[in-house]
Each structure stands twice: as C-alpha cells, then as structure tokens.
Design a binder for this molecule. Structure first.
Ligand code: MF3
Ligand code: CO
Ligand code: CO
Length: 255
C-alpha cells in the first residue's frame, strides 16, 4: 500500500535543504531573465543552463515523459507549459515559472509568477490575481504546524482565494517532496472532508496554489501537458517547499 506520508531522516533533510535552496536561487534567477521578445523555448534553454551551472539536474525533464527543463505557463496556461519555439513572451503577459532540481540526492520544487513589463502598467485584476495567489500561499505556510493536519493548510489557502474571488484549480494539488519529486500526501488548495495526515517533524510539503482570475475550470491541451483555463482568463501559480520541524515550520525555498 502507498504510505500516507513520508517522514524524512536528518540526513535526508540536509540534502533536501540544499536542493531546495538551490532551486529557490534558480527560480529567482530564471524569473529575472524573463523578457518580452524571447520564446518560451529560449527561457527553457536558459533555465537548463542556470540549473546545470549550479550543479543541479532539471528534475522535471523526462519525469513521466515531460520534455522540458522547467514548466513555463503563460496567461491562461495554468501549469505544465512546455517551452516552444513559436510561443513568444510579450509585454503584459503573466508568466508562471515552475522549477524542479535534483541535487546530490535531494529534490527542490518551487514556482513563481511574474508580470512582463512595468509594474505601473499592470491591470488591476492581474495585480489582484498575483497578490492574492501569493497571499494564499503564505496563509497556507503559516497554517502549517506540527500536530496540525494537512487540511489546515488547504483551508487557509482556500479562504484567501475565496475572499479574493479567484477560481481554485482542483485537478492539481501540492504534495510531499524531498527524495522523489512527488511523494505522499496530496496537499489540496481547498478543504476536503478528510483532515488528511497529521503534520509531524520531518515531513516536507510543497504548497502550491494555482488560482484563476475567472472560473476554476481547466482542460489539458492536445500536447498532453499544458493545462489551460476553460474561460481563457489568466492563472497564477506560486509554490514553496516547507519542512515541518519540532517547533514549527521552515520554508526551504525562501532566499
Ligand atoms: N511542477 C509540478 C509540481 O510542482 C510538477 C511538474 S512535473 C512535470 O508539482 F513533469 F510536469 F514537469
Ligand atoms: Co513545482
Ligand atoms: Co510541486
């Protein structure tokens, strides 16, 4: 039977912490290199160089057959966008960058969404999307503590998303992480009936709200990967990895 959750050893946590820190640096470096006029394939190539120059391996590449170094999801693309030669990034776009790195036995996984262009030009609804997706993530991180439950995280994310009238993607969820990219448990961005596993020291979780400006409904494109909103409204994705400790939580992907 699939275990309900994974508790990592002290030795594993040392590796996971290093990989997560590297992934956070790579995420911010890659985001800083996003500019209008480049293609998403250009960005994916740059991401591969950034990751390898740090000594890491792109953890998403070949994962279940995924063909990119990272995931790049533009505007109505929610997650799992693959870099393409014919997909130009333009001013006014909202670009989600999701980075996974394998480094010396540990795995890091973190995501961020950036606006292309001057902040002052950002439409109000896009600013709300980005601000509240980030706030929902922070609420989820704050809600996590040893002795609590996965559901505490889910509920906290959901509350912020609902207050901001953003659609919560249901088909994709956060997850355990650390030695493998996806480990149990699931960490949904909405409260379910079950409390889910208890949070205990040594658990490593990725909390990753995917919120839409419009409806929560999504579909997968014919490439088999790219997930898009049904109504064509933009979507945002922020992801951090946390370690549950004896005293609280440590965010492993904050720099
Ligand atoms: N980035 C996703 C996550 O955060 C996983 C991407 S797997 C890939 O869990 F194969 F699509 F790259
Ligand atoms: Co991710
Ligand atoms: Co993840």
């Amino acid at each position: 039977m699939r275990p309900e959750y994974v508790v990592h050893t002290a030795q594993e946590i040392i590796k996971i912490r290093r990989a997560a820190h590297m992934t956070a640096l790579a995420r911010d470096r890659i985001c800083s290199l996003v500019h209008s006029g480049m293609t998403t394939k250009d960005l994916d190539n740059i991401a591969g160089e950034v990751i390898r120059s740090m000594g890491g391996e792109p953890a998403f590449l070949n994962y279940r057959g995924y063909p990119g170094n990272i995931c790049i999801s533009v505007n109505d693309e929610v997650v799992h966008g693959i870099g393409r030669h014919d997909r130009f990034i333009l001013k006014g776009d909202v670009v989600s960058v999701d980075v996974g790195i394998a480094f010396e036995g540990g795995i890091g996984d973190t995501a961020r969404t950036v606006y292309v262009g001057n902040e002052e030009d950002m439409p109000e609804d896009v600013a709300r999307l980005l601000e509240y997706t980030q706030k929902s993530l922070e609420a989820g991180l704050t809600a996590a503590h040893p002795g609590g439950y996965v559901q505490d995280i889910s509920r906290a994310v959901e509350e912020v998303a609902q207050q901001a009238h953003l659609g919560i993607v249901r088909e994709y969820v956060g997850h355990g992480c650390g030695i493998r990219l996806h480990e149990p448990p699931d960490v949904p961005n909405f409260a379910q009936h079950r409390k889910g596993p208890k949070l205990v020291p040594g658990m490593v979780l990725c909390v990753e709200p995917m919120l839409n400006l419009g409806s929560h409904k999504v579909y997968t494109e014919s490439d088999g990967w790219t997930v898009r909103t049904r109504d064509g409204e933009p979507s945002a994705h922020f992801e951090h990895m946390i370690l549950i400790t004896e005293n609280g939580t440590e965010v492993l992907t904050r720099v």
